[in-house]
Design a binder for this molecule. Structure first.
Ligand code: SPQ
Length: 429
């Protein structure tokens, strides 16, 4: 346990930051680099616990991955040389590692047993196991294959056309990765756009993939070729500072090289809709991903409605958006976000619990949160639910709280942003 006591902070935030690499893209860079032919150099890789799980998974299958700071050198030799791991594979807390690896492992010609920590063990895996079984995968485990631990007897798969029943990039990615080892075309269609980093990276690694509107088709016709990857700053990490600078009076922050992939920028649209002053400069595209600098200045905010197609484009930012809404005039309504119930924790319940402990006027609905602003936050003892996004949201809340905020445990922060508290210190004057 890593408890943290935070005192009221009466001053403004200012300065410049470069947040660590994007978690989703970092995971994918390890997966693609490990199954491609040739040497892949990954720069600005996120040195977080979750992404290191993915690194460990491939090391256990014999891939040489050298790490120097935030650079990885991956010696890929194609999937044919991957070895059956001797031990069960541990996914820790990482849903992305679990779901994406299930897709890949299902099509590899060996046996694997996989498991996770108690939090991951509660998260649904049937969402990927069901389409993978349609592709002929042999997977079994707890709850009839719905939860880890799971056992996978890898084999040649068959292509399917899968219409995503839930708005999940992890499910889409699992099916696409399985499609690399399937006979015939694998087509995934979605009704709402979810993050498309897997598609972008498969394309960069020369896979036979086509994206046509809401349809993505992949075949096993071409093997992946190594390419260098630069990982942009994680907008989900930048979100904590975007909100901090918006709500702490007198603040102005600049964040450099933040990923601005359209499938992830819902937070910027919401900030603008609430009246925030945010400027985007130096936009460029590297390794198929858009990035740029964000400058944000504190201002008066007002409530808004967040629903429908924007939800997957900001799903991980909802905890900190809810905090933002407590500092905005009027009511903010968040709907269609039922997926939050099956994240590292039930994030709807956790957000409502944390913010109401701090004196906010919030309520949960089945698929979202209603926040009545503006409220002065008090202070109190907070449970972080072992969830990195809840812990970081509570730290940012303490900046505008009038009394001490005491967090029971901040160790989960290392999952996605190990230098978060250090970076926060740098912009506190
Ligand atoms: O890896 P994990 O634990 O699932 O990570 C989270 C997070 O907050 O970092 C969710 F808890 O992000 C997911 C995200 O919610 C990462 C992700 C991806 O990289 O593909 C996609 C989203 O999940 P989903 O289920 O909507 O596809």
């Amino acid at each position: 346990m890593n408890a943290l006591k935070l005192h009221p902070y009466p001053k403004a935030l200012s300065g410049e930051l470069e947040v660590p690499g994007d978690k989703s893209i970092s995971h994918r860079s390890v997966i693609m680099g490990s199954i491609a032919n040739g040497t892949t150099k990954v720069s600005h890789f996120l040195d977080g616990e979750d992404c290191m799980r993915t690194v460990q998974v491939f090391r256990s299958m014999g891939v040489s991955i050298e790490k120097k700071g935030s650079t990885l050198i991956i010696e890929g030799k194609g999937t044919a040389t991957l070895k059956e791991p001797k031990e069960p594979i541990y996914f820790g807390n990482s849903g992305t590692t679990a779901r994406l690896m299930l897709g890949l492992l299902a099509g590899l010609p060996f046996f694997t047993a996989v498991y996770g920590d108690p939090y991951l063990s509660n998260r649904p895996m049937d969402r990927v196991v069901t389409p993978l079984k349609e592709m002929d995968a042999v997977i079994d485990g707890r709850g009839n294959g719905s939860y880890v631990p799971l056992a996978i007897r890898g084999k040649k798969l068959k292509g399917i056309h899968y219409a995503l029943p839930i708005k999940s990039a992890q499910v889409k990615s699992a099916v696409l990765l399985a499609g690399l080892h399937a006979e015939g075309d694998t087509i995934v269609s979605e009704k709402t756009t979810t993050r498309n980093h897997t598609e972008n990276m498969l394309q960069a690694f020369n896979a036979d993939i086509t994206m046509d509107g809401m349809y993505t088709t992949i075949t096993n016709k071409r093997s992946l070729q190594a390419t260098d990857v630069y990982v942009p700053g994680d907008i989900s990490s930048a979100a904590f500072f975007l909100v901090a600078a918006s709500i702490v009076p007198g603040s102005r922050l600049r964040m450099k090289n933040v990923g601005l992939n359209q499938t992830r920028t819902g937070i910027i649209e919401v900030l603008k809709a609430m009246g925030a002053m945010i400027e985007i400069t130096n936009q460029q595209s590297i390794s198929g991903e858009l990035l740029g600098d964000l400058t944000i200045t504190s201002t008066e905010l007002h409530g808004t409605v967040i629903e429908g197609d924007i939800i997957p484009r900001l799903i991980d930012e909802i905890p900190v958006i809810a905090l933002l809404a407590t500092q905005a005039d009027g009511t903010t309504i968040i709907r269609n976000a039922e997926e939050l119930r099956v994240k590292e924790t039930d994030r709807i319940a956790a957000v409502v619990n944390v913010l109401s402990t701090l004196g906010a006027n919030v309520e949960s609905t089945t698929d979202g949160i209603i926040i009545y602003g503006k409220t002065n936050l008090t202070g109190g003892h907070i449970s972080t639910y072992n969830d990195h996004r809840i812990a970081m949201m509570a730290v940012i809340a303490s900046l505008v709280a009038q009394e001490e905020v005491i967090l029971d445990d901040t160790s989960s922060i290392t999952v996605s942003y190990p230098t978060f508290l250090k970076d926060l210190q740098r912009i506190m004057n």
